[in-house]
Design a protein around this ligand. Sequence first.
Ligand code: UDP
Length: 323
Amino acid sequence: MKRILITGGAGFLGSHLCDRFIKEGFHVIAMDNLITGDLRNIEHLFKLPNFEFYHHDVSKFIHVPGDLHYILHFASPASPIDYLKIPIQTLKVGSLGIHNCLGLARVKNARVLIASTSEVYGDPLVHPQTEDYWGHVNPVGPRGVYDEAKRFQEAMTMAYHTFHGLETRIVRIFNTYGPRMRLNDGRVLPAFIGQALRGEDLTIFGDGSQTRSFCFVDDLVEGIYRLLLSDHAQPVNIGNPSEITIKEFAEEIIKLTGTDQKVVYKDLPKDDPKQRQPDITKARQILNWEPKFSREEGLKITYKYFKNLPKERLFDEVNHREF
Ligand code: UDP
């Protein structure tokens, strides 16, 4: 049985990856310090003999007994609110965390796949973003802690690949949504759906003309699965190229939730990218992958999940413990 370590395994993406690799017959070891992860995302897996959970901070030395064939490094705060609240941890998990994963991979002779991000392109001057664009990032702005951690993580991973001959994969993830996002993580989709469910106005930052391209989580997981099993060490964009302005997105959410909420306009956060759309030519060619879920289908599934949560979770507070 193949054994895989998934860091950030209790998070939004990590938990969906745990599900997928369990389904594929792997022995899955999820690791998470639970700062932004949530055990409720994986509690259905605890009864399985081929699932283990390590409550551990990947920025500290990692020990995993026995064989290990794959490591997915998905631990990281990933929303602007989270990484503004815990900037040092964000930098540490992208630097010390990946260093520990790569060191473990060398000892175990495992293949490593890292979660990178469209944020490596910053506020892009090239549109749509292809993998060979180097980006437009402000290292000392509020997003710098995340963007530069992820860029460093790519550099470190590539160095282990070229210097040590380690098998590595890099996925650049564009905005992804789906069940298990935290309602209060500040990202636009849970923000809008949470506001609609609580009967609050939807907060549009800026004039809402900035664009994003939203990918449903099942599509992303499929792309990651294919990339892991491919032989491609260079970065690959995975995302849904269907681009929309945030104002239009708010209108779609109001329609979806059937509420009569209004929108209110707030200041645009500093360095908020004006546009974002993945060029997925490479993923199409190399992985024979493209997204299957339309936004309409994906949003319906996601809304159903949030609507069925216990009422009190609409007001969840996150506990950002220092360590
Ligand atoms: N946004 C918004 N209202 C909110 C939360 C976010 O208008 O309540 C905007 C935000 O300024 C950004 C876009 O939605 O332009 C996507 O934000 P998110 O935090 O989801 O992701 P990212 O900016 O990292 O793509």
